[in-house]
Design a protein around this ligand. Structure first.
Ligand code: IMP
Length: 429
């Protein structure tokens, strides 16, 4: 099976962009299968920097991009992003971008609810991106969401908006926020319809044909396993399933089609937004990692919280996410540190855990158990293979592999495209 699925193995921002870009250049089709424009991938190609949120990364490499049914699509954000990358010289049209006709739309009412609820939560806020992701997925499971295909049926839009607004305006009123007029939303959707519908199709059919023709498909995950709505640090998670299994349901292919599952993990750990982070550092080392790693959110610009590599967490992500190999990124950020720590488990109320328990108070109380390793003084940058890496860096990677119970198949040792050491080609399985 020549396909690859890429997912994040921590809390997102693992440096997926660079790895996905490299894989996309070797694929025929790139598919997004969950999340929405809460994701942010920075791709540097030549002298251009592309910041993608909703568009599949393959477009930058001239590949067919598919937005699967599992994605929540804000039509305004999609069109704005298309315009933005077109202004950078990229070709985007219905020839190279297809959107599932059964994907859910994000409406302005969703981002309004998202933001109003975060304000109401006060100190307990989740730290969402405020882009309406959660409320759109809620509407999907509540069976009142408007889908891409509904844009072709004005009567359906009209009826569905009644139900959507009955629900959301009631909530908005209760939260003291501004409500929405049905006619204004309807008019705007009807205006957007002819610009969105040319991209719409049952993408499962195209993917089935591609699979039968032996094309290489790359499934591009967004966010990461610890933000998965089932397996993450609930409720401080996103509202979709981010595990590899979602690639199948979120695009309409068989589970056997998703191919080799590559997890991306940073050589240390970061998180944006609220929620438990046992190995978080509040000291000078934490600040150093943040500065060296340029740890600021692509979407929101928020500084990321930084900490040591949490092997107990990544091991859990490997198991529940279905990860077969890891791409370990940003190892160069650790260059020159005298000592490194790896979190191998947690102490909670006198008990020792090798995994993060599900209950929120237990998660918040988790004290990391560390293993300490000597660092390396030489730079990892410029190393083209395993043998050129400082011996201690190799030891560190080998120890992580043991602890997380997955092989490191790719190592990224700098921001440039060629600063990648490949141990095993994911497309070769
Ligand atoms: P939402 O996805 O906007 O609902 O946000 C829920 C949580 O997921 C928040 O903690 C966000 O910071 C986090 N999140 C969402 N998308 C990303 C991402 O692409 N990278 C990192 N964190 C994200």
């Amino acid at each position: 099976m020549p396909n690859v699925t890429v997912i994040g193995a921590q809390w997102g921002d693992e440096g997926k962009g660079k790895v996905v870009d490299w894989l996309a250049s070797r694929a025929d089709i790139v598919v997004r299968f969950q999340g929405g424009h809460n994701a942010g991938h920075t791709l540097v190609v030549g002298n251009q920097t592309y910041k993608l949120s909703l568009l599949p990364s393959g477009l930058v490499r001239g590949k067919l991009g598919i937005i699967g049914n599992g994605v929540v699509v804000d039509p305004e954000a999609l069109l704005a992003e298309i315009e933005r990358v077109r202004a950078q010289g990229l070709h985007v049209s219905p020839e190279n971008l297809r959107v599932a006709d059964n994907a859910i739309l994000i409406l302005p009412v969703h981002s309004a609810i998202d933001r109003a609820r975060e304000v109401a939560r006060g100190d307990r806020k989740i730290g969402t991106t405020g882009r309406g992701i959660g409320p759109a997925y809620e509407d999907k499971v509540a069976r009142r969401a408007i889908r891409v295909c509904d844009l072709a049926e004005p009567e359906t839009l009209d009826e569905k908006l009644d139900e959507v607004l009955l629900h959301h305006n009631t909530l908005l009123k209760g939260l003291g926020a501004e409500t929405f007029e049905k006619q204004v939303l309807l008019d705007r959707l009807l205006e957007l319809a002819p610009r969105i519908l040319p991209y719409a199709e049952p993408v499962w059919e195209r993917l089935d044909e591609a699979r039968r023709a032996g094309k290489r498909i790359l499934f591009e995950g967004a966010q990461a396993v610890m933000l998965d709505v089932d397996h993450g640090t609930y409720p401080f998670v996103t509202s979709s399933n981010t595990v590899a299994a979602t690639a199948a349901a979120g695009s309409g292919v068989a589970p056997s089609t998703i191919g080799f599952v590559l997890g991306i993990a940073k050589a240390y750990c970061t998180r944006v937004g609220s929620g438990p982070f046992p190995s978080e550092l509040h000291d000078a080392t934490g600040r150093l990692l943040g500065e060296r790693g340029f740890e600021f959110g692509t979407v929101t610009g928020r500084p990321r919280r930084c900490g040591w590599f949490d092997a107990a967490l990544v091991r859990q992500a490997v198991k529940v996410g279905g990860i077969q190999g890891l791409a370990l990124t940003k190892i160069d950020v650790l260059d020159g540190l005298a000592e490194l720590k790896i979190c191998t488990g947690y102490r909670i109320g006198g008990e020792v855990f090798r995994r993060l328990p599900a209950a929120p108070r237990a998660q918040a109380a988790a004290e990391p158990i560390y293993e300490t390793m000597e660092g390396w003084s030489a730079s990892t940058r410029g190393a083209r293979n395993w043998a050129e890496l400082p011996a201690q860096a190799v030891k560190y990677v080998r120890r992580l592999e043991e602890l997380v119970e997955a092989p490191v198949t790719l190592l990224s040792n700098g921001p440039e495209r060629d600063e990648t050491i490949l141990m095993r080609d994911p497309f070769e399985g």
